[in-house]
Design a protein around this ligand. Structure first.
Ligand code: AVJ
Length: 322
Protein backbone atom coordinates (compact mmCIF):
# COMPACT_ATOMS: atom_id res chain seq x y z
CA UNK A 1 0.00 0.00 0.00
CA UNK A 2 1.02 3.57 -0.70
CA UNK A 3 2.03 5.90 2.06
CA UNK A 4 -0.37 8.76 2.83
CA UNK A 5 0.54 11.87 0.85
CA UNK A 6 1.54 14.65 3.20
CA UNK A 7 -0.28 17.35 1.29
CA UNK A 8 -3.77 17.38 -0.13
CA UNK A 9 -5.05 20.20 -2.28
CA UNK A 10 -8.48 20.23 -0.64
CA UNK A 11 -10.51 18.76 2.21
CA UNK A 12 -12.38 16.78 -0.46
CA UNK A 13 -9.16 15.08 -1.58
CA UNK A 14 -8.14 14.29 1.98
CA UNK A 15 -11.57 12.99 3.01
CA UNK A 16 -11.88 10.78 -0.08
CA UNK A 17 -8.39 9.40 0.50
CA UNK A 18 -9.13 8.63 4.14
CA UNK A 19 -12.57 7.17 3.52
CA UNK A 20 -11.52 4.80 0.77
CA UNK A 21 -8.44 3.65 2.68
CA UNK A 22 -10.51 2.85 5.77
CA UNK A 23 -12.04 -0.46 6.64
CA UNK A 24 -14.97 -0.54 6.25
CA UNK A 25 -14.90 2.06 3.47
CA UNK A 26 -16.94 5.25 3.68
CA UNK A 27 -17.49 8.60 1.91
CA UNK A 28 -18.96 11.73 3.50
CA UNK A 29 -22.49 12.63 2.39
CA UNK A 30 -21.79 16.37 2.32
CA UNK A 31 -19.80 15.80 -0.88
CA UNK A 32 -22.92 14.67 -2.73
CA UNK A 33 -23.91 18.32 -3.06
CA UNK A 34 -22.15 19.78 -6.09
CA UNK A 35 -24.21 21.44 -8.82
CA UNK A 36 -25.45 18.08 -10.11
CA UNK A 37 -26.11 16.79 -6.57
CA UNK A 38 -28.14 19.92 -5.76
CA UNK A 39 -30.29 19.26 -8.84
CA UNK A 40 -30.87 15.60 -7.95
CA UNK A 41 -31.81 16.61 -4.40
CA UNK A 42 -34.46 18.94 -5.87
CA UNK A 43 -35.83 15.90 -7.72
CA UNK A 44 -35.81 13.88 -4.49
CA UNK A 45 -37.86 16.54 -2.74
CA UNK A 46 -40.43 16.30 -5.52
CA UNK A 47 -40.73 12.48 -5.38
CA UNK A 48 -43.94 10.99 -3.96
CA UNK A 49 -41.89 8.66 -1.69
CA UNK A 50 -39.91 11.49 -0.08
CA UNK A 51 -42.60 12.53 2.41
CA UNK A 52 -40.34 14.80 4.50
CA UNK A 53 -40.68 17.93 2.35
CA UNK A 54 -44.45 17.85 2.14
CA UNK A 55 -44.83 17.12 5.84
CA UNK A 56 -42.74 20.12 6.78
CA UNK A 57 -44.47 22.29 4.19
CA UNK A 58 -47.85 21.28 5.68
CA UNK A 59 -46.66 22.03 9.20
CA UNK A 60 -45.49 25.49 8.14
CA UNK A 61 -48.67 26.18 6.20
CA UNK A 62 -51.03 25.11 8.94
CA UNK A 63 -49.13 26.68 11.85
CA UNK A 64 -47.55 29.75 10.25
CA UNK A 65 -49.64 32.20 12.26
CA UNK A 66 -48.78 30.56 15.59
CA UNK A 67 -45.11 30.23 14.63
CA UNK A 68 -44.90 33.87 13.53
CA UNK A 69 -46.53 34.90 16.80
CA UNK A 70 -43.96 33.03 18.86
CA UNK A 71 -40.92 34.24 16.96
CA UNK A 72 -41.86 37.91 16.76
CA UNK A 73 -42.05 39.36 20.31
CA UNK A 74 -41.05 42.98 20.75
CA UNK A 75 -38.33 44.57 18.57
CA UNK A 76 -36.89 43.36 15.30
CA UNK A 77 -35.00 40.15 14.63
CA UNK A 78 -32.71 38.41 12.19
CA UNK A 79 -33.98 35.17 10.68
CA UNK A 80 -30.89 33.07 10.06
CA UNK A 81 -31.34 29.89 8.04
CA UNK A 82 -28.68 27.19 8.01
CA UNK A 83 -28.74 25.08 4.83
CA UNK A 84 -31.36 27.23 3.13
CA UNK A 85 -31.54 25.30 -0.16
CA UNK A 86 -34.24 26.49 -2.54
CA UNK A 87 -36.19 28.07 0.31
CA UNK A 88 -39.49 26.59 -0.82
CA UNK A 89 -40.63 25.89 2.75
CA UNK A 90 -39.07 29.01 4.24
CA UNK A 91 -41.02 31.20 1.80
CA UNK A 92 -44.26 30.16 3.52
CA UNK A 93 -42.94 31.62 6.75
CA UNK A 94 -41.35 34.66 5.07
CA UNK A 95 -44.67 35.51 3.42
CA UNK A 96 -46.44 35.33 6.77
CA UNK A 97 -43.82 37.53 8.46
CA UNK A 98 -44.06 40.07 5.63
CA UNK A 99 -47.87 40.07 5.76
CA UNK A 100 -47.71 40.77 9.47
CA UNK A 101 -45.27 43.61 8.74
CA UNK A 102 -42.71 42.30 11.20
CA UNK A 103 -39.32 43.97 11.30
CA UNK A 104 -36.79 41.33 10.26
CA UNK A 105 -33.88 40.51 7.96
CA UNK A 106 -33.49 37.12 6.27
CA UNK A 107 -29.95 35.73 6.34
CA UNK A 108 -29.78 32.39 4.48
CA UNK A 109 -26.57 30.40 4.77
CA UNK A 110 -25.75 27.52 2.45
CA UNK A 111 -22.69 25.59 1.33
CA UNK A 112 -23.69 26.23 -2.30
CA UNK A 113 -23.25 29.79 -3.68
CA UNK A 114 -25.25 28.68 -6.69
CA UNK A 115 -28.28 27.76 -4.62
CA UNK A 116 -28.04 31.06 -2.69
CA UNK A 117 -28.00 33.21 -5.83
CA UNK A 118 -31.11 31.42 -7.12
CA UNK A 119 -32.84 31.84 -3.78
CA UNK A 120 -32.05 35.54 -3.72
CA UNK A 121 -33.38 36.21 -7.20
CA UNK A 122 -36.51 34.12 -6.69
CA UNK A 123 -37.25 36.07 -3.51
CA UNK A 124 -36.87 39.32 -5.40
CA UNK A 125 -39.68 38.19 -7.68
CA UNK A 126 -41.92 36.40 -5.22
CA UNK A 127 -41.60 38.35 -1.95
CA UNK A 128 -39.72 41.56 -2.81
CA UNK A 129 -40.44 43.02 0.64
CA UNK A 130 -37.94 40.63 2.25
CA UNK A 131 -34.62 42.16 3.16
CA UNK A 132 -32.20 39.34 2.31
CA UNK A 133 -28.45 38.97 2.76
CA UNK A 134 -26.91 35.69 1.60
CA UNK A 135 -23.86 34.06 3.15
CA UNK A 136 -21.94 31.13 1.65
CA UNK A 137 -20.27 28.66 3.98
CA UNK A 138 -20.45 25.45 5.98
CA UNK A 139 -22.61 25.29 9.12
CA UNK A 140 -19.72 25.08 11.51
CA UNK A 141 -17.69 27.91 9.95
CA UNK A 142 -20.56 30.37 9.72
CA UNK A 143 -21.77 29.61 13.23
CA UNK A 144 -18.44 30.80 14.55
CA UNK A 145 -18.97 34.16 12.83
CA UNK A 146 -22.67 34.44 13.53
CA UNK A 147 -22.30 37.05 16.22
CA UNK A 148 -20.16 39.16 13.84
CA UNK A 149 -22.90 39.86 11.37
CA UNK A 150 -25.95 40.20 13.54
CA UNK A 151 -26.54 42.16 16.71
CA UNK A 152 -30.31 41.80 16.77
CA UNK A 153 -32.33 39.04 18.35
CA UNK A 154 -31.77 35.84 16.39
CA UNK A 155 -34.23 33.26 15.15
CA UNK A 156 -32.23 30.36 13.73
CA UNK A 157 -33.91 28.01 11.25
CA UNK A 158 -32.72 24.54 10.32
CA UNK A 159 -35.34 22.82 8.18
CA UNK A 160 -35.51 19.55 6.25
CA UNK A 161 -34.26 17.31 9.07
CA UNK A 162 -30.78 18.20 7.87
CA UNK A 163 -29.50 17.34 11.34
CA UNK A 164 -30.29 13.71 10.47
CA UNK A 165 -27.05 13.43 8.49
CA UNK A 166 -25.13 13.70 11.76
CA UNK A 167 -24.35 10.94 14.25
CA UNK A 168 -25.78 11.85 17.68
CA UNK A 169 -22.43 13.00 19.05
CA UNK A 170 -21.96 15.33 16.07
CA UNK A 171 -25.56 16.49 16.27
CA UNK A 172 -24.94 17.46 19.90
CA UNK A 173 -21.80 19.35 18.90
CA UNK A 174 -23.77 21.12 16.16
CA UNK A 175 -26.57 22.05 18.59
CA UNK A 176 -24.00 23.11 21.17
CA UNK A 177 -22.37 25.46 18.61
CA UNK A 178 -25.76 27.00 17.90
CA UNK A 179 -26.51 27.25 21.62
CA UNK A 180 -23.23 29.09 22.19
CA UNK A 181 -24.18 31.64 19.52
CA UNK A 182 -27.58 32.18 21.18
CA UNK A 183 -28.69 34.55 23.94
CA UNK A 184 -31.66 34.00 26.27
CA UNK A 185 -34.02 35.81 23.84
CA UNK A 186 -32.94 33.87 20.75
CA UNK A 187 -34.77 30.87 19.30
CA UNK A 188 -33.92 27.82 17.32
CA UNK A 189 -36.60 26.38 15.00
CA UNK A 190 -35.64 22.97 13.74
CA UNK A 191 -37.16 20.05 11.82
CA UNK A 192 -36.71 16.41 12.92
CA UNK A 193 -38.05 13.52 10.87
CA UNK A 194 -39.77 11.07 13.22
CA UNK A 195 -39.62 7.30 13.66
CA UNK A 196 -42.49 5.66 11.77
CA UNK A 197 -43.40 2.54 9.78
CA UNK A 198 -39.96 1.27 8.68
CA UNK A 199 -41.29 0.54 5.18
CA UNK A 200 -42.28 4.16 4.72
CA UNK A 201 -38.74 5.22 5.62
CA UNK A 202 -37.09 2.64 3.40
CA UNK A 203 -39.23 3.70 0.43
CA UNK A 204 -38.22 7.34 0.89
CA UNK A 205 -34.56 6.38 0.46
CA UNK A 206 -35.01 3.66 -2.12
CA UNK A 207 -37.39 5.02 -4.75
CA UNK A 208 -38.40 2.87 -7.70
CA UNK A 209 -37.28 5.44 -10.29
CA UNK A 210 -33.68 5.34 -9.04
CA UNK A 211 -33.38 9.03 -8.20
CA UNK A 212 -31.89 8.31 -4.77
CA UNK A 213 -29.53 5.86 -6.41
CA UNK A 214 -28.32 8.59 -8.76
CA UNK A 215 -27.99 10.96 -5.79
CA UNK A 216 -25.87 8.47 -3.85
CA UNK A 217 -23.77 7.62 -6.91
CA UNK A 218 -23.09 11.31 -7.49
CA UNK A 219 -20.28 10.82 -4.98
CA UNK A 220 -18.57 8.52 -7.48
CA UNK A 221 -19.38 10.82 -10.40
CA UNK A 222 -17.82 13.70 -8.52
CA UNK A 223 -14.68 11.72 -7.68
CA UNK A 224 -14.41 10.68 -11.35
CA UNK A 225 -14.72 14.29 -12.47
CA UNK A 226 -12.69 16.14 -9.86
CA UNK A 227 -10.08 13.56 -8.98
CA UNK A 228 -9.63 11.94 -12.40
CA UNK A 229 -10.94 8.53 -11.32
CA UNK A 230 -12.52 5.67 -13.26
CA UNK A 231 -15.40 4.40 -11.12
CA UNK A 232 -17.84 2.45 -13.30
CA UNK A 233 -21.21 3.38 -11.78
CA UNK A 234 -22.84 0.23 -13.14
CA UNK A 235 -20.50 -1.87 -11.01
CA UNK A 236 -22.11 -0.56 -7.79
CA UNK A 237 -25.60 -0.89 -6.39
CA UNK A 238 -27.39 1.56 -4.12
CA UNK A 239 -28.42 -0.14 -0.86
CA UNK A 240 -30.58 1.25 1.93
CA UNK A 241 -31.05 -0.19 5.42
CA UNK A 242 -33.21 1.09 8.25
CA UNK A 243 -32.74 -0.01 11.86
CA UNK A 244 -35.99 0.64 13.76
CA UNK A 245 -34.18 0.27 17.09
CA UNK A 246 -31.67 3.07 16.60
CA UNK A 247 -33.84 4.98 14.09
CA UNK A 248 -30.94 5.16 11.66
CA UNK A 249 -31.36 4.86 7.90
CA UNK A 250 -28.02 4.07 6.28
CA UNK A 251 -27.07 4.36 2.62
CA UNK A 252 -24.38 2.31 0.97
CA UNK A 253 -22.82 1.72 -2.41
CA UNK A 254 -22.03 -1.96 -2.80
CA UNK A 255 -19.46 -3.30 -5.24
CA UNK A 256 -20.99 -5.97 -7.50
CA UNK A 257 -17.63 -7.55 -8.29
CA UNK A 258 -13.97 -7.74 -7.52
CA UNK A 259 -12.62 -4.55 -9.03
CA UNK A 260 -9.90 -1.95 -8.93
CA UNK A 261 -10.51 1.75 -9.31
CA UNK A 262 -7.80 4.29 -10.14
CA UNK A 263 -8.01 7.73 -8.54
CA UNK A 264 -5.26 9.40 -10.47
CA UNK A 265 -5.21 12.76 -8.75
CA UNK A 266 -4.62 11.00 -5.42
CA UNK A 267 -2.12 8.63 -6.98
CA UNK A 268 -4.26 5.86 -5.52
CA UNK A 269 -5.63 2.52 -6.63
CA UNK A 270 -8.57 1.25 -4.57
CA UNK A 271 -9.43 -2.46 -4.53
CA UNK A 272 -12.95 -3.70 -3.90
CA UNK A 273 -13.91 -7.24 -3.06
CA UNK A 274 -17.17 -8.48 -4.50
CA UNK A 275 -20.03 -7.19 -2.27
CA UNK A 276 -17.78 -4.89 -0.30
CA UNK A 277 -19.61 -1.72 0.79
CA UNK A 278 -18.94 2.01 0.93
CA UNK A 279 -21.06 3.65 3.63
CA UNK A 280 -22.20 7.02 2.28
CA UNK A 281 -24.92 8.60 4.42
CA UNK A 282 -27.04 8.35 7.52
CA UNK A 283 -30.53 9.83 7.79
CA UNK A 284 -31.44 9.67 11.46
CA UNK A 285 -35.09 9.39 12.60
CA UNK A 286 -36.12 10.74 16.00
CA UNK A 287 -38.71 10.65 18.76
CA UNK A 288 -39.41 13.16 21.55
CA UNK A 289 -37.19 11.36 24.05
CA UNK A 290 -34.17 11.49 21.73
CA UNK A 291 -34.75 15.14 20.79
CA UNK A 292 -35.08 16.04 24.48
CA UNK A 293 -31.85 14.22 25.22
CA UNK A 294 -29.96 15.95 22.38
CA UNK A 295 -31.27 19.33 23.53
CA UNK A 296 -30.34 18.66 27.15
CA UNK A 297 -26.82 17.63 26.16
CA UNK A 298 -26.45 20.86 24.17
CA UNK A 299 -27.82 23.16 26.90
CA UNK A 300 -31.12 23.80 25.12
CA UNK A 301 -34.72 23.19 26.08
CA UNK A 302 -37.81 22.58 24.01
CA UNK A 303 -40.28 25.45 24.19
CA UNK A 304 -42.90 23.92 21.95
CA UNK A 305 -43.35 21.75 18.86
CA UNK A 306 -45.56 21.38 15.77
CA UNK A 307 -46.36 18.20 13.90
CA UNK A 308 -48.23 16.99 10.83
CA UNK A 309 -51.44 14.98 11.10
CA UNK A 310 -49.68 11.61 10.72
CA UNK A 311 -46.93 12.37 13.25
CA UNK A 312 -44.37 11.70 10.53
CA UNK A 313 -42.42 14.88 11.13
CA UNK A 314 -41.96 17.48 13.84
CA UNK A 315 -40.63 21.02 14.12
CA UNK A 316 -39.37 22.04 17.56
CA UNK A 317 -38.66 25.47 18.98
CA UNK A 318 -35.68 25.49 21.34
CA UNK A 319 -34.46 28.12 23.79
CA UNK A 320 -31.16 28.40 25.52
CA UNK A 321 -31.28 26.83 28.95
CA UNK A 322 -30.34 29.45 31.52
C1 AVJ B 1 -31.09 16.64 3.24
C2 AVJ B 1 -30.10 15.25 4.85
C3 AVJ B 1 -32.40 15.78 5.03
O1 AVJ B 1 -31.27 12.52 4.75
O2 AVJ B 1 -33.33 12.85 4.17
C4 AVJ B 1 -32.40 12.48 0.76
C5 AVJ B 1 -30.73 13.85 2.20
N1 AVJ B 1 -30.51 11.58 1.18
N2 AVJ B 1 -32.38 11.28 0.18
C6 AVJ B 1 -32.12 13.12 4.11
C7 AVJ B 1 -31.21 12.66 1.40
C8 AVJ B 1 -31.22 10.72 0.42
C9 AVJ B 1 -31.71 14.30 3.24
N3 AVJ B 1 -31.31 15.46 4.07
Amino acid sequence: MKTTPTTFQSAFEEDVYKGLNSFPKYLLSKYIYDEKGDKIFQQIMAMPEYYLTNCELNILESHKAAIAEIINKEGGFDLIELGAGDGKKTKVLLKELVDKEYDFNYLPIDISQNVLEELKSSLKNEIPEVNVKIQQGTYFKTLENLTDYTNRRKVILVLGSNIGNLLHENAIEFLRNIQEAMTAEDMLFMGFDQKKDPQKILDAYNDAAGITEAFNKNLLTRINKELDADFNLDNFIHWEAYDPESGTAKSYLVSKANQKVAINKLDLEVSFDAWESIHTEISQKYDDAVVEWLAEEAGLEIQTSFQDKNDYYKNYIFRKKI
